[in-house]
Design a protein around this ligand. Structure first.
Ligand code: AMP
Ligand code: MG
Length: 313
């Protein structure tokens, strides 16, 4: 739905407006030291679905959660001594840590793509920090560009790509780093993506790092080696389920015991995708999904379902 995208100042009034928009479930782009992020309330599933829709992202890769301080981070992820040491050394800054998700975090499934880990960081940019403090919660934010386009480092870049698709952009000038954050996971310490914090600075404090899996392939920055995958067999585009299958509906599917969205709404279907997969999986029967239209958010939903249905060892 086209909307007016407000260009907001990074002064107190502008940040108060941006925080109010985030609280209302709207999307606001904001500067970080790496690139401009497209932010939505990480605890609001519909807002997070909106991030994918605005970017036209064809897959539900997990998003990075941005918070103002360590107290907010500890509400979301489980920190051990090593994680605290890394946080003390590099936060705020262009480093993202993948940590175990705290069960009562309230973070929407779509943020973690159903995983039990969460990617989290405290950005150093003063405008990002002020916005996060003013908002008070957790903001999920990928780069603020249409999927497949170059990451934006000015408010004008963001406007060029997303004007009409998001509620606002906070103008904080050009991003000083200009590349995405470095991503690591712990136990063992692994570099998942090269980024704004250089490897040498990391190893100087942490010692040697293992290289990650697919996540650090230059052509596939969003690819994960592990995705949430149900144990059960999954079939797609099923109009007539077999008697042994759990049929998961979309739209009008009389007799389906579970549905992504009885009214055929793709935003609702996206927000329910991972919880429905889990619910169906717990029944320990093969799963059959009704057809989902390959438009808008339907493309990302189908991408995830195709991965769930793909043969694996
Ligand atoms: P972007 O939002 O485009 O900066 O990309 C976020 C990156 O973080 C992607 O490469 C994701 O694969 C990675 N990521 C986010 N959450 C996780 C997670 N729980 N485990 C591993 N990688 C993650
Ligand atoms: Mg990006």
């Amino acid at each position: 739905m086209p909307q007016t995208t407000h260009l907001l100042n990074s002064d107190h009034d502008g940040l108060a407006q941006a925080a109010a928009l985030l609280r209302s479930g709207a999307l606001v782009a904001f500067p970080t030291e790496t690139v401009y992020g497209l932010g939505g309330n990480a605890r609001d599933a519909a807002a997070v679905a909106g991030i994918y829709a605005a970017k036209g992202r064809p897959s539900f890769n997990p998003l990075i959660v941005h918070v103002a301080d360590l107290d907010a981070a500890e509400l979301i992820a489980v920190f051990n001594d090593q994680a605290r040491k890394i946080a003390a050394a590099f936060w705020p800054g262009p480093l993202t840590m993948v940590l175990p998700l705290r069960p009562a975090s309230g973070i929407a499934d779509l943020v973690t793509a159903g995983l039990e880990t969460v990617a989290i960081r405290i950005p150093a940019h003063p405008v990002a920090r002020a916005l996060l403090r003013e908002f008070g919660g957790a903001v999920a934010a990928p780069s603020a560009n249409p999927s497949g386009k170059i990451s934006p480092t000015t408010a004008a870049h963001v406007m060029g790509g997303l004007s009409g698709k998001i509620a606002g952009v906070v103008d904080g000038g050009a991003c000083p780093v200009g590349v995405e954050s470095t991503i690591i996971s712990l136990a063992p310490l692994t570099l998942l993506r090269e980024g704004g914090l250089v490897r040498e600075d990391l190893t100087a404090v942490l010692g040697p790092l293992a290289d990650g899996g697919d996540a650090q392939k230059p052509n596939a920055p969003g690819q994960l080696t592990s995705h949430y995958a149900p144990a059960a067999q999954v079939r797609l585009n099923v109009v007539t389920p077999r008697p042994d299958e759990i049929w998961i509906g979309f739209g009008d599917c009389a007799g389906s015991p579970l549905s992504l969205s009885p009214r055929g709404d793709l935003v609702e279907a996206a927000t329910r995708l991972f919880s429905v997969l889990r619910e169906a999986d717990a029944l320990q029967k093969p799963i059959a999904f009704a057809p989902i239209p390959e438009i808008g958010l339907g493309r990302a939903i189908n991408d995830r379902l195709r991965r769930a249905a793909a043969p694996r060892d």
